[in-house]
Each structure stands twice: as structure tokens, then as C-alpha cells.
Design a protein around this ligand. Structure first.
Ligand code: IPM
Ligand code: MG
Length: 358
């Protein structure tokens, strides 16, 4: 039976970068891989077409799919909509609905792009870290939340941060197992000196760690982690953290890789069904101009083969093809140095497909 992939291009550059990822799928299908795909709406595109950022048609298709590829959602066109129908609710909705609690965000410094990073080459050379972000809990989804008037009668907004023991346990297991497959070092990031949520988080991570004696576990406060990531990022192997801290730290870590346009991500459920997306946004400023870097989306296809379809061979091939086009000097604007020839989205996609061909 064919593996079913649901493609949700999303908004602005989402459609442009996804077209290049589809070229990769087409090549693999032509080689005989048993895959098929269909398209759906998410985010602003879904609001335009069906009046909701995560409409029932997408929900149904997402449940039926084996894996989901997403572009990017959001943008100025939708900024003035009420919160409940803003594009962000599309991505938050699908994560929660499908139970995609484990968000893998690798940050890899490509040798070829060292000059595109704002860091000194020696700080990032050879950098390879994995940020594991819990994705369906924390202050993102905590209740109660809303507006009220406080004791002094002033209007206030409030949110609730919480994690339950089972929620921390399951992300901790994923983290330890990921560390076992890498350099066996895990750093858990929290704010245990201030937050009750973090105190429980740390206790549970330590407990789960007893089952993984081969992994060296350390702990770091999130403010220090933000500092250490730019001071000496190579001290990290796997970082595990909650939803909001992971949101912030993963954007920070993306700069180590030279460009946010290079980083893929995977969001997995308990059975490794996953949603795969570049970690960058919909880049309204360059949309429709054929300038966007499709590599993070193409690398997301690689992660899909690695984690959901258990095809490390194909994932390795896609990763190698991306490295090869970088070695060939192919550069979209975001990763080009002054004086380098800049190519467009399509040309970059075609270069990867050419490098992929056996
Ligand atoms: C991300 C994004 C989302 C998040 C937004 C679009 C809701 O920043 O995937 O990191 O905050 O999780
Ligand atoms: Mg983010």
C-alpha cells in the first residue's frame, strides 16, 4: 500500500517552497517508492477557502494520512482577524488534535555556509545539536486564560503554565532515546529556580533518566541556556525543554546554522506519525518573487522518511543532495555572501533533484 502524504503548503512562500519539495517526492515515486500525496489547506489559505485555519476537511485528511508536510502559515493579510481564526490557530490546532507532542528541531552548521552565519567560524564549525521541544502542553494550551479585571479593577490578561507528570515523562523518554542515538548527552532546560512547573519538570526528567544510565543528564536554566547557546553552542548534544522555552531557543539556535531557511523540523505523535515543516515562517516580504530558500522544506521531506517511514537510506540521500548543492556553490539570497551568484527557489529545487538522481 502506498504511504499517504498530506501536503499543506500554507501561506505566502509556503506554496513556493512546497512546489520544490514535491519535485523531490516525484523523483522518488518515479524510482518506485510507494508514496502518494494530496493537498489541503491550513492557516490563512484555509481561512480564505473554508473560513477556518484548521477546517474539518483538513482534519479528516490529516487523520487519514501517514505523514503531513507543511509549508508555513500566517502573514499580514490575516493579522487583523480575531484570534480564534488566525493562521497560528491552524498550526496549533493540528498539533494538539493529532497529539504531536515531540518536536525535533536539529540545528546543524553546514561547513559551506560558515560565512553566512553571524558567528565566528570556530564557534559553529561542526555544530550538530538537536532541540527537542514539547509541543502540546505548557502555557500555549494551559487553561484558564483570558482577560479579567484584577483586585484593583484594572484589566489584565492571563495565561496558565502547567505540565503534568505523564506529559513530562513521555517527552523525557523521547529525549533520552534521541540522546542514545547521538552523543549520549542530554541537557534539560527549565526555570526551576522560579517556576513550580519547572520543579516538577526537573524531578520527572531525573526520574526517567534512571532508566537511561548511559546518557549524561544535565540541567540548565533557560536564561543561561540562551546565553550558552551563543557563547559555546558545541557544548550541547540534545536539549529537551517545554513548549515556550523551546519556541524561543530553537529560533535562537537557527542562527547558528547560518540561516533559518536551512532548518527542518518534525513533530511526532506516540507512534511516530509526524508533521514535517521548515522552522521558518511564511516570509510575506519575499513571497511571490521566487526567492525563498526551499532547502529547509526539502530537508523536512528527509526527516519524514527518517522518522515516520523508517527510511534512513532515503533521508541520508536527501541530506547528501542538499550538502552537494551547497558544495556546488548554489545559494539563495538568505545564504549568499556578497558577490556570490544568487539563484531562485525553482533553480535550487532543480539542483537538489539533479543531485539526488542516481
Ligand atoms: C513555531 C512557531 C509557532 C509556535 C507559531 C506560528 C504559533 O513560532 O513553530 O515555532 O509558536 O509554535
Ligand atoms: Mg517559533
Amino acid at each position: 500500500m502506498n504511504k499517504k502524504i498530506l501536503i499543506l503548503p500554507g501561506d505566502y512562500i509556503g506554496t513556493e517552497i512546497m512546489a520544490e519539495a514535491v519535485k523531490v517526492l516525484e523523483l522518488l515515486k518515479a524510482e518506485g517508492e510507494k508514496i502518494e500525496w494530496s493537498f489541503g489547506h491550513l492557516g490563512g489559505a484555509a481561512y480564505d477557502a473554508e473560513g477556518h485555519p484548521y477546517p474539518p476537511s483538513t482534519q479528516k485528511a490529516a487523520c487519514e494520512a501517514d505523514a503531513i508536510l507543511m509549508g508555513a502559515v500566517g502573514g499580514p493579510k490575516y493579522d487583523s482577524l480575531p484570534r480564534a481564526v488566525r493562521p497560528e490557530q491552524g498550526i496549533l490546532g493540528i498539533r494538539k488534535d493529532l497529539g504531536l507532542f515531540a518536536n525535533l528541531r536539529p540545528a546543524l552548521a553546514y561547513e559551506e555556509l560558515a560565512a553566512a552565519s553571524s558567528f565566528k567560524p570556530e564557534v559553529i564549525a561542526g555544530l550538530d545539536i538537536l532541540i527537542l521541544r514539547e509541543l502540546t502542553g505548557d502555557i500555549y494550551f494551559g487553561q484558564p486564560r483570558g482577560r479579567r479585571s484584577n483586585a484593583e479593577g484594572a484589566e489584565e490578561g492571563y495565561d496558565t503554565m502547567h505540565y503534568s507528570r505523564p506529559e513530562v515523562e513521555r517527552i523525557a523518554h523521547v529525549a533520552f532515546q534521541a540522546a542514545q542515538k547521538r552523543n549520549k548527552r542530554l541537557c534539560s532546560v527549565d526555570k526551576e529556580n522560579v517556576l513550580e512547573t519547572s520543579r516538577l519538570w526537573r524531578e520527572v526528567v531525573i526520574e526517567v533518566g534512571k532508566q537511561y544510565p548511559d546518557v549524561a543528564l544535565s540541567h540548565m536554566y533557560v536564561d543561561n541556556a540562551a546565553m550558552q547557546l551563543v557563547k559555546n553552542p558545541k557544548q550541547f548534544d540534545v536539549i529537551v525543554t517545554g513548549n515556550i522555552f523551546g519556541d524561543i531557543l530553537s529560533d535562537e539556535a537557527s542562527m547558528l546554522a547560518g540561516s533559518i531557511g536551512m532548518l527542518p523540523s518534525a513533530s511526532l505523535d506516540v507512534n511516530n506519525k509526524g508533521l514535517y515543516e521548515p522552522i521558518h515562517g511564511s516570509a510575506p516580504d519575499i513571497a511571490g518573487q521566487g526567492k525563498a530558500n526551499p532547502l529547509a522544506t526539502i530537508l523536512s521531506v528527509g526527516m519524514m522518511f527518517r522518522y515516520t517511514f523508517n527510511r534512513a537510506d532515503l533521508a541520508d540521500r536527501i541530506d547528501a543532495a542538499v550538502k552537494q548543492v551547497l558544495r556546488q556553490g548554489k545559494r539563495t539570497g538568505d545564504i549568499a555572501q556578497p558577490g556570490e551568484r544568487i539563484i531562485g527557489t525553482k533553480e535550487m529545487g532543480d539542483a537538489v533533484v539533479a543531485a539526488l538522481k542516481k
